[in-house]
Design a protein around this ligand. Sequence first.
Ligand code: GLU
Length: 327
Amino acid sequence: MAIADIHAFLQDLHTQLKPLSEGQLACYIPELAKADPHWFGLSLVTLDGRSFDVGDAQQTFTIQSISKVFVYGMALEDYGRENLLKKVGVEPTGDPFNSLIRLDADSKRPDNPMVNAGAIATTSLITGKAPADRLNRLLAMFKRYVGREVFIDMSTFLSERATGHRNRAMAHLMLNFGMIDEHIDEALDLYFQQCSVLVNVHDLAVMAATLANQGVNPLTGEQAVGSEHVRDILSVMYTCGMYNFAGEWAFRVGIPAKSGVSGGIIAVVPNQAGIAVFSPLLDEHGNSVRGLRVFEALSKQYGFHLFDLCLGRCRFEAALQGPGGPC
Ligand code: GLU
């Protein structure tokens, strides 16, 4: 199979899945309910910088929970893994992303950085003298991954800030139990801002490809995060990245991934590619319905599952190299 076939395969998947109308828009954040349910874009970026974009690849949307992956990387850099582990665990919960259930006197720290409680705690650890410095550091970090300046969608930020009572409740509970310090309003603002960063599906694939490439953006050559942190980031994505579907995702698709309630999913094929899908209709777990279908098909087609030991690298590399390739 040649490169043209990868593009054709993505195009076919897009055509096949476009008519799906299952799922719901996220409407607990009023701005997200304005999304067009027909939006559907796919992007795959390889480590030698080739991009395969299909469908609504230029449509912008807010990154939402996918931001948690990258802010976690920043916290690892700021704090080091052992210190950070004392503040935020790495245990999957099996509960919904916005659950308050485990925030009690016995829990010393939020379970993991991919659920809202853990993400808010992680964001509260980002260093900087004042809120503007912390925000600027965060935007500079996203810029390294995306390869261009990124901006915050003010309407979504304000919408989340005005309605994010559940997230506020979590922050207050964590403060009550001594899990985070008292600057919770600043931490929540920064968290709502990181969720409101505007991206398109191609940007997300570049970000995923950067993680697949040991932290180096394959398009710009810039180191976005220290390579020593990538293993930890990918481990947490693998075990906790797909809400309370993480186990089934690991079983079916088998690559580190993260999804967000605006309908994005990123997945990292270590040493090979970054892949992203955007389609805002969500299933009951909060994962993009079309997105799940795309990744299941891709994983099967190219043997991406990390434990697909025979097919793994071979099929995809053969597809990239075309006839005369390694397999
Ligand atoms: N900003 C959203 C929230 O805090 C992110 C949720 C998500 O994408 O999972 O609820």
